[in-house]
Design a protein around this ligand. Structure first.
Ligand SMILES: *[C@@H]1O[C@H](CO)[C@@H](O)[C@H](O)[C@H]1NC(C)=O
Ligand SMILES: *[C@@H]1O[C@H](CO)[C@@H](O)[C@H](O)[C@H]1NC(C)=O
Ligand SMILES: *[C@@H]1O[C@H](CO)[C@@H](O)[C@H](O)[C@H]1NC(C)=O
Ligand SMILES: *[C@@H]1O[C@H](CO)[C@@H](O)[C@H](O)[C@H]1NC(C)=O
Ligand SMILES: *[C@@H]1O[C@H](CO)[C@@H](O)[C@H](O)[C@H]1NC(C)=O
Ligand SMILES: *[C@@H]1O[C@H](CO)[C@@H](O)[C@H](O)[C@H]1NC(C)=O
Ligand SMILES: *[C@@H]1O[C@H](CO)[C@@H](O)[C@H](O)[C@H]1NC(C)=O
Ligand SMILES: *[C@@H]1O[C@H](CO)[C@@H](O)[C@H](O)[C@H]1NC(C)=O
Ligand SMILES: *[C@@H]1O[C@H](CO)[C@@H](O)[C@H](O)[C@H]1NC(C)=O
Ligand SMILES: *[C@@H]1O[C@H](CO)[C@@H](O)[C@H](O)[C@H]1NC(C)=O
Ligand SMILES: *[C@@H]1O[C@H](CO)[C@@H](O)[C@H](O)[C@H]1NC(C)=O
Length: 478
């Protein structure tokens, strides 16, 4: 049905004086969807607009089926060394104030000396290095998928399915508003990159229910947010950092709202941490299937996937009952959501304090999603898998045999020993550790990885760990 309406619209295009559209990929919509299509004028002459359940949607979501024409992350003209060696403290990092008053002459009244971009020079809101370009280009890939993803669920699921999932018309309007925010974010990042800004792609999503969609969005916005915190203070252009901060503050709100709609504790932690670009690219790439011809490629690494076989199912009132074989994650990809159609033990429609997990402003978890001492079962992929746009990137690692499990959250990156039980399987016990007071390090939706070394890194030098990462996963604590 959907494809016949689309065909009618395509036939209309020449009648309206537009060139015949090229649609080389099929249309696919849910069986219950109400689909309509129309031809709208646009800057390139025409645009086929598809409405699914009253919301605009892309004509296709699904896997890439072609053969890639390019392979691998985009290289630089040359690569100078295998890793960055640690260096001593920067000699200018010496300021210390025991007086509590300004120590240096003030450049102007009420203007303490120092700061960057404070000397009157004209701001330039453009990326200012390869590091900036590649970071903002990654951010733009993220904004584009969010724009498509937030719309997709609204179009894919019916009003009845939303109501059954506890999300009424006002909640849907809020999600639509969040989708619209993404058009602004994508425009902003495009402008800061210039003519080679990446374009919007086609995506392949893992969810089958409203709850799985919302769960996927709380995971995707987690790596979107943390991916930016990881590089924002390393950017050469402070001006770009300023504008990016203003968009990522919004993304942080989205992440929390999706947590609430998923029935999770809205905030588990005292600090939201930053991740290196290659971590967020590893998490994002598996969901991007096609990109348009000549789309700017990225230079970041894709790590092999770390599967957490008993990652807590967020839809269980006793999350420790989650199956041990990975079957309660909807698929094998790194940020796939918890399966919501479990037959027993669901907390979705349970109105009991501490156990219910329907959409809510706040929930207490009487039985936690995970806890210190929990045995965590892993399986990991070997490097060499094709991932990302047009299957044209390849997972890789430069690490030796895995020995540790790295847990990155809050202000810390902490390790537990890995017990290897097979060539690509093993386990650890979730460690205990605190940031300040009783604020447990391991909580919320967070990055976890296998490493060959328990390298000490802190929030400003986390990327030094990359050469030691064997596989990367997304852990659901709470
Ligand atoms: C202003 O500061 C920047 C570094 O932040 C420096 O490159 C530039 O030369 C300074 N401009 C003036 C006029 O001092
Ligand atoms: C991806 O594949 C599509 C369809 O085969 C092709 O049109 C497009 O140019 C490819 N994109 C890139 C970036 O290679
Ligand atoms: C892609 O790049 C090639 C080489 O620069 C160019 O000939 C072609 O027109 C470009 N295609 C698109 C769709 O921009
Ligand atoms: C959690 O589940 C595991 C595996 O079923 C079991 O061995 C363990 O005792 C449970 N722990 C708690 C605290 O319920
Ligand atoms: C849940 O959904 C998946 C995929 O849609 C399906 O394979 C599975 O059989 C379903 N499980 C139950 C218990 O309905
Ligand atoms: C949940 O239970 C409380 C107390 O029993 C009741 O007041 C409330 O209406 C219930 N909420 C729902 C959504 O059923
Ligand atoms: C929620 O949990 C906190 C601490 O974990 C506890 O102090 C509080 O009483 C709980 N609230 C409810 C309503 O169960
Ligand atoms: C590990 O791999 C080797 C060589 O591929 C194979 O001989 C061995 O049986 C594997 N061991 C396990 C536990 O899978
Ligand atoms: C976590 O980081 C905080 C802040 O740097 C530090 O005070 C704390 O000791 C760390 N905790 C562990 C277990 O390393
Ligand atoms: C995670 O955060 C929740 C909510 O603040 C808290 O109740 C729980 O104890 C924390 N878990 C750990 C392991 O610190
Ligand atoms: C990262 O920074 C910390 C200081 O905060 C330092 O002790 C550590 O050695 C650094 N790690 C590496 C790999 O450079």
């Amino acid at each position: 049905m959907a494809s016949s309406i689309l065909a009618a619209a395509l036939l209309l295009a020449p009648v309206l004086g537009a060139p015949a559209p090229q649609v080389t990929i099929p249309a696919s919509f849910g069986p219950d969807s109400q689909v309509s299509a129309s031809v709208q004028p646009s800057t390139s002459g025409y645009r086929v607009e598809v409405l699914v359940n009253g919301y605009t949607s892309a004509t296709y979501h699904g896997p890439y089926t072609g053969t890639p024409t390019t392979i691998g992350a985009v290289p630089g003209p040359t690569t100078l060394a295998a890793s960055i060696p640690p260096q001593p403290l920067n000699p200018t990092a010496t300021y210390y104030n025991t007086e509590g008053v300004p120590l240096n002459p003030m450049p102007a009244p009420f203007t303490p000396a120092g700061g960057l971009g404070t000397n009157g020079s004209l701001p330039r809101y453009m990326v200012n290095s390869d590091f900036d370009f590649e970071s903002i280009a990654l951010g733009l890939y993220q904004e584009w998928i969010e724009l498509d993803l937030f719309h997709d669920g609204l179009a894919r699921f019916t009003d009845e399915q939303f109501t059954a999932a506890g999300l009424g018309p006002e909640a849907r309007s809020l999600i639509e508003f969040m989708a619209n925010q993404e058009t602004g974010h994508a425009t902003l990042l495009t402008n800061m990159l210039g003519e080679r800004a990446p374009k919007q792609c086609v995506y392949n999503y893992p969810y089958t229910t409203v709850r799985e969609w919302v769960d996927f969005m709380q995971r995707l916005t987690r790596f979107g947010e943390s991916g930016v915190w990881g590089f924002i203070n390393h950017l050469d252009s402070r001006e770009v950092g300023q504008l990016l901060a203003q968009s990522i503050a919004t993304e942080a709100r989205q992440q929390q709202i999706f947590r609430q709609m998923s029935g999770l504790t809205p905030m588990d932690v005292w600090f939201e941490n930053g991740w290196p670009q290659s971590w967020s690219w590893t998490m994002l790439a598996p969901y991007v299937s096609y990109c348009p011809e000549n789309t700017t490629r990225l230079a970041w690494q894709n790590f092999p996937t770390l599967h957490i076989l008993n990652n807590a199912n967020i839809n269980r009132y006793s999350p420790n009952d989650t199956a041990q074989d990975g079957s309660e994650t909807v698929g094998p990809r790194i940020a796939d959501p918890s399966r919501s159609n479990i037959t027993t033990g669901s907390c979705e429609n349970l109105n009991v304090t501490g156990y219910g997990c329907g959409p809510a402003v706040a929930h207490n978890k009487s039985e936690p999603l995970s806890f210190p001492g929990k045995k965590i079962l892993f399986q990991w992929e070997a490097p060499g898998s094709a991932v990302g746009p047009n299957n044209s990137y390849v997972t890789s690692t430069s690490a030796g045999a895995p020995k540790f499990v790295g847990w990155s959250q809050q202000l810390n990156l902490t390790y537990s020993p890995l017990t290897v039980t097979g060539n690509n399987s093993g386990y650890t016990y979730q460690p205990e550790g605190y940031v300040y007071d009783n604020d447990g390090i391991i909580n919320g939706t967070m990055a976890v990885m296998l490493t060959d070394l328990d390298l000490y890194v802190t929030p400003f030098n986390t990327s030094m760990l990359n050469p030691h990462i064997v596989a990367l996963g997304l852990y659901q604590a709470g």
